[in-house]
Design a protein around this ligand. Structure first.
Ligand SMILES: C[S@@+](CC[C@H](N)C(=O)[O-])C[C@H]1O[C@@H](n2cnc3c(N)ncnc32)[C@H](O)[C@@H]1O
Length: 472
């Protein structure tokens, strides 16, 4: 798995398949998951430890040997694996993947690592200054991400000069703590109570939290009536569906659009809500493969009218409330100007808010991604505004708090165009959350809202709500 990720594979997609191939389940699967995810997450700390113990830069180690040593370091410093077991297994694994010669080196390095406790290693390898470098090694994040998150916390009003160091440390630590598996019971199709073995969600009224086990074992999940979805994502979809809009001039059913729908998490919830509210949803996605994933997750609502979906019409047989299309979201505004009442732009982004769910993502991303995504995010939001009718609402969301993909994008568009005004997304989120579970102040200074893993226990989701004031 580690070598596959080095080669470009995504751990969260690859690991379930690897577990299935190896026929691992229960405690063995949990152990293998912790080995893989923990090693990937913490390699920013383990590499300096390995370099010191091996007395050479990690770049000078063979990639297979480095992978074994990272696994070994995690067992010694991040898990409770007995020293002899971690050493024996690492040496045996080295013989398999890199030959007898390398096994001696791995044996020696493992012995040196085990001579010190985690705390002693932290003292040995974490630089005292500057603060970003210190946190980068201690909490195992690239320095550029530490710096960007510092700016984001201050920029979104979640910290100030007085407490930023402590708050930033809490956030980085939250990225190193495995996230609970949250499920969304799609309204009208399932309820949280139906999801046996779960406890109620903390923020979302349709959420249930799965303590252990495979979500695929639940019938409602297998049937697409419930789905794995972060509670923050659930709240965003619920808030867009509930946002106040001016009535349609023709009095007809509302038309909703999810401009960037793949793989379909939010579209699944929006489709169920649309079904309940007598609206229809178009789920658009540029990638054919990801559009197929949307169809897959929406299957109870597609085709034959949908189980419990209800259609938009009130005469003949109800049509499906949801339609999936493959296309470039940047063009929808021109193709269907003013065609929709509610539009979600869940923009492609760096995913810096979801690092706890994707342990390898922090090492994959770079500042180049921001430069590429910025223009795309602006074009998609511009197209969404064009596609919204006056009086309608646009939700711009990212699973990243980075200021370049959130505040700056929305600020640019609102300034550049005279046909939208920002409304308070914090109030909208609080309005749909479980009563008393979410405080407006915790979401920033507004009008946009920023959720944080260390504060809300959700992914770091951002939501801005824009009201269209006049025809583009
Ligand atoms: C953050 S993901 C959306 C997640 C989704 N809303 C969910 O909740 O499961 C962004 C999606 O936008 C898609 N995308 C990228 N460029 C696009 C474009 N020009 N038009 C439409 N979709 C695009 C990506 O393929 C990706 O599936």
């Amino acid at each position: 798995m580690l070598r596959a990720v080095d080669g470009g594979a995504y751990a969260n997609l690859e690991l379930p398949q690897a577990l299935r191939r190896a026929r691992l389940s229960g405690r063995d699967a949990a152990f293998a998951t912790e080995l893989t995810y923990g090693t990937l997450r913490m390699r920013g700390l383990y590499d300096p430890v390995i370099a010191q113990a091996a007395d050479r830069p990690v770049e000078r180690l063979h990639p297979d040997v480095l992978a074994v040593l990272r696994l070994g370091a995690h067992q010694l410093l991040g898990m409770r694996v007995p020293e002899h077991a971690a050493a024996d297994q690492s040496v045996a694994l080295t013989r398999d993947v890199a030959g007898q010669g390398a096994a001696g080196l791995v044996n020696a390095v493992m012995r040196r690592i085990s001579e010190r406790s985690r705390e002693d290693w932290l003292t040995a390898v974490v630089p005292a200054e500057p603060p970003a470098e210190r946190l980068a090694v201690r909490r195992s994040h690239p320095v550029w991400i530490v710096k960007a998150l510092r700016q984001a916390l201050v920029g979104h009003g979640a910290a100030d000069a007085g407490d930023i160091d402590g708050v930033l440390d809490e956030l980085l630590e939250a990225h190193n703590t495995p996230a609970p598996v949250a499920l969304a019971a799609r309204p009208g199709l399932s309820t949280p109570d139906e999801l046996a073995g779960t406890e109620p969600g903390r923020l979302s009224p349709v959420a249930a939290l799965l303590g252990s086990g495979d979500p695929g074992d639940l019938v409602a999940v297998r049937e697409g009536r419930a789905a794995v979805q972060d509670e923050g994502s659930q709240l965003l979809a619920l808030a867009l569906a509930a946002a106040e809009i001016a009535p349609r001039p023709d009095g007809g059913p509302e038309r909703w659009l999810d401009l960037c729908a793949g793989p379909g998490g939010k579209a699944g919830l929006l489709a169920a809500l649309a079904g309940q509210q007598g609206a229809t949803l178009v789920a658009n996605e540029i990638s054919e493969h990801r559009a197929d994933l949307v169809r897959q997750t929406l299957r109870p609502l597609l085709g034959d009218g949908g189980a419990g979906g209800g259609g938009a019409g009130d005469g003949g047989p109800p049509g499906p409330p949801v339609q999936v299309r493959t296309g470039d979201g940047r063009l929808v505004g021109q193709e269907e100007p003013g065609g929709y009442d509610r539009v979600l732009v869940d923009a492609p982004c760096t995913g810096l808010g979801a690092l706890r769910r994707r342990p390898d993502a922090r090492w994959r991303r770079s500042t180049d991604d921001l430069a590429q995504l910025g223009p795309l995010q602006r074009e998609l939001l511009g197209s969404a505004i064009d596609a919204t009718r006056p009086g309608g609402v646009i939700g711009y969301a990212t699973c990243s708090p980075h200021l370049s993909e959130t505040t700056f994008v929305v600020g640019d568009l609102v300034r550049r165009r005279g046909d939208v005004e920002q409304v308070d997304a914090r109030e909208a989120l609080v309005g749909v959350a479980r009563p008393g579970s979410l405080a407006v102040d915790s979401l920033g200074q507004g009008p946009a809202a920023q959720l944080w893993p260390h504060t809300h226990g959700t992914d770091g989701m951002y939501l801005a709500l824009l009201r269209k004031t006049e025809q583009s």
